[in-house]
Design a protein around this ligand. Sequence first.
Ligand code: SAM
Length: 283
Amino acid sequence: MNYYELTFTYTSPIETSIINDVLASELGEIGFESFTENENGLQGYISDQLYNVRGLQDKLAGFPLDNVEIHYTESLVESKDWNEEWEKNYFKPIRIGKDCIIRASFHEHEPGYTYNIIIDPKMAFGTGNHETTFLMISEMLKLDLNGKELLDMGCGTAVLAILARMKGAGRVVAIDIDEWAYNNALENIRLNNTNDIQVALGGAEQIPAFGEFDIVFANINRNILLDDIRHYNESMKPGAFLYMSGFYLQDIPAIEEECKRNGLALLSHTEKNNWVAVKVQKQ
Ligand SMILES: C[S@@+](CC[C@H](N)C(=O)[O-])C[C@H]1O[C@@H](n2cnc3c(N)ncnc32)[C@H](O)[C@@H]1O
């Protein structure tokens, strides 16, 4: 298969790495499979069958960060294993706090961490590179999960589910709507010997089959969370906690309102580069 390589540069006061993260996530939604980052911007790769100039222009026109002008050039390149390129160039080991490291199987083992998570991302979101994953992991590291029943909704690589299992959660369920993420979650669960995590392919309609939870983690995006908070709520035991991320500081009021409508109280939030994670409790 041939690929288009698109090189994106920016005119913006915002740090390039922040724009790169947001742009990679936007482009992932229209079929871009892999990315390499550099100090001037981002290179993205998409199969010639999926490349649609109009779709790209619509995405750039609706880019969620203000004050960013995006320029790009394109070229058709011969077939290559772009996932491998991306993994090698873009995914560096991430250390979160003093206890947790997330690395790929091709990185050297680093001793001294309580939680040593191996992720082979294959483009499923969730390496810890992104602010929202970082925030969610940081929240999870604070919790005593011993014996708790936990749902990881929008699991991506299953990094949150794997950490939950490593932290002693009694029953862990991971659900993702994307087939690639689902398969990658299964692969990462095997790599980390956390085989008793249950994984399902689908959206919120899958949740009732798995009963009730003490804790739900959902790192997805503003609109899906607004639609699905009521379904998460139905799966939560009295007093259960819901952690959500995948949206910006300015989205908190809308999320909080939907929580209140469902009898959930927003207790606190953490923030990184304008991305947030909120902690919510069932009343
Ligand atoms: C931002 S990623 C989060 C991945 C990982 N949990 C993390 O924290 O890094 C969001 C994931 O949600 C999945 N997703 C999108 N819409 C969904 C839905 N309606 N139900 C379940 N998963 C969904 C996407 O496929 C993607 O893997």
